[in-house]
Design a protein around this ligand. Structure first.
Ligand SMILES: *[C@@H]1O[C@H](CO)[C@@H](O)[C@H](O)[C@H]1NC(C)=O
Ligand SMILES: *[C@@H]1O[C@H](CO)[C@@H](O)[C@H](O)[C@H]1NC(C)=O
Ligand SMILES: *[C@@H]1O[C@H](CO)[C@@H](O)[C@H](O)[C@H]1NC(C)=O
Ligand SMILES: [Zn+2]
Length: 427
């Protein structure tokens, strides 16, 4: 037998080196220490979409302790030290002009029900304060982001209602144009630009999101929209799951000039782990993802970086980052690459907390400034009817939608004035 020819001293050496490996490398120990002090806040996870696809949202048929067909389950969440998650309320673009709003409400509902079913793991959260509170209770703070403006059916009332249901970010588009914003596919030439970025209604929506205190997510939009929003938003923006264009020139990624503007406006880019956005090929490694972190840090500073894994929304993930349990490996890799404790903690969660606190501050400031005046009221001017006309939408509420829609505001006022004259003559 082999052991008979191995001297005892060699065996002892083998056992002790094995023990050192088991005690893990110091950078992993440090990573876990930092993750116990600062919550890992991930910007985008599509588990709710998997719940619809695999179970039609029948949570009674799911056990998140043992579910093995997803990147995310409770043991993996615990192992991955997931401090807070923006769960994605995503519905596909082919629901636009059909049942997108209902399906989105059902995705919001399934996140609420998931938190109710597993209260020892999840704590629903809607603010920076609640994220910190959930973390202090050793629970995964659970927030909701709606992925794509098609989920609103071009309605500010729907946006506000979703805020009331706990939604805290809206991705302005998914991979389709809405009646008021262009998506990233416009930059690839595979879809036409319809609005040259944002339409006037799209700009109303940005103002309303600032007023509400809803995070504006620029993942998936055309570059033109990125810049228009950076020009006009009163609060910092997020990219909930996007990587660096200079490292992998995919149009879903963020170009350097935009990274610089995100730095100037104190926003955040949460790095996507999808192989196709990491290496622009079907394969990738954890080290390739770390390259995106290094690049964004070089261009915009460690203050604008976050994690946005896109788990359960993608089909190919890097070797070493196969599911949510693996994220500490990436944190250790950043330490290995010389990131300081403060830089790592910034990327883990402090940057997102800063952005969210600022968005909350803008909300409060708008409320205070506008107390007793009309300027801080919800925007109730609807999108013009001819911009949303489609066979699945009625014109209820739009007076004489067929005739008035083409008149300018001045003409409309004149018409109203004329009508007032006629009425006073009659009565
Ligand atoms: C959270 O976990 C830590 C470490 O395991 C423990 O020291 C602490 O008491 C726990 N806090 C709560 C509120 O359970
Ligand atoms: C932006 O970059 C400057 C200069 O490199 C840096 O001092 C600052 O901290 C950065 N801002 C953020 C939010 O990281
Ligand atoms: C840990 O990271 C440091 C750099 O911060 C590096 O010098 C060291 O070699 C790493 N240790 C291991 C065991 O990888
Ligand atoms: Zn996405």
């Amino acid at each position: 037998m082999l052991t008979k020819v191995i001297p005892a001293s060699c065996l002892a050496l083998w056992i002790s080196s094995c023990a050192i490996a088991l005690a893990q490398d110091p950078n992993m120990t440090r990573a876990l220490q930092l993750m116990s002090e600062t919550p890992l806040i991930d910007g985008h996870n599509d588990l709710p979409w998997q719940l619809r696809k695999q179970f039609n949202n029948e949570l009674n048929k799911v056990d998140l302790h043992t579910l093995s067909t997803t990147h995310t389950n409770i043991p993996k969440i615990k192992q991955g030290r997931l401090g807070a998650q923006f769960w994605s309320a995503y519905v596909p673009c082919d629901t636009q002009y059909k049942d997108a709003v209902r399906q989105t409400l059902e995705q919001i509902d399934v996140v609420h029900r998931m938190c109710q079913k597993y209260p020892e793991t999840f704590m629903f959260a809607t603010s920076s304060q609640e994220i910190k509170h959930a973390f202090s209770m050793n629970k995964t703070a659970s927030l909701i982001g709606v992925e794509g403006g098609h989920s609103l059916d071009s309605s500010l009332g729907t946006l506000r209602t979703m805020y009331h249901l706990g939604v805290r970010y809206l991705t302005i588009t998914h991979s389709c144009n809405t009646p008021w914003a262009d998506n990233w596919l416009v930059d690839t030439g595979s879809e036409p630009s319809q609005h040259n970025g944002l339409s006037p209604f799209g700009k109303q929506l940005i103002v309303e999101m600032n007023r509400l205190g809803m995070l504006i997510d620029l993942a998936h939009v055309t570059e033109k929209v990125m810049n228009q929003v950076l020009d006009m938003s009163k609060a910092p923006v997020i990219f909930s799951h996007s990587s660096a264009y200079s490292v992998c020139p995919h149009k879903r990624n963020v170009p350097d000039d935009v990274l610089v503007r995100v730095n100037q406006t104190k926003g955040i880019v949460m790095v996507n782990f999808y192989n196709d956005y990491v290496t622009c090929s079907r394969t990738a490694t954890l080290s390739d993802v770390a390259d995106h972190f290094d690049h964004i840090k070089k261009v915009g500073g460690a203050g604008i970086i976050g994690f946005g894994g896109d788990y359960d929304g993608v089909t190919r993930l890097p070797v070493g980052l196969e599911d949510v349990s693996k994220v500490p490996n990436l944190v250790a890799e950043l330490l290995r690459r010389g990131w300081t404790d403060e830089e790592v903690k910034a990327a883990l969660g402090n940057n997102l907390l800063r952005v969210m606190e600022e968005v909350e501050r803008v909300r409060k400031k708008k409320k205070r400034e506008n107390h007793g005046t009309m300027t801080g009221m919800p925007d109730d001017v609807p999108i013009p009817y001819d911009e949303v006309k489609n066979p699945c939408r009625t014109s209820v509420g739009y007076p004489d939608a067929g005739a008035i829609h083409s008149l300018s505001t001045v003409a409309l006022l004149l018409a109203l004035a004329l009508q007032a004259c006629i009425s006073s003559a009659v009565y």
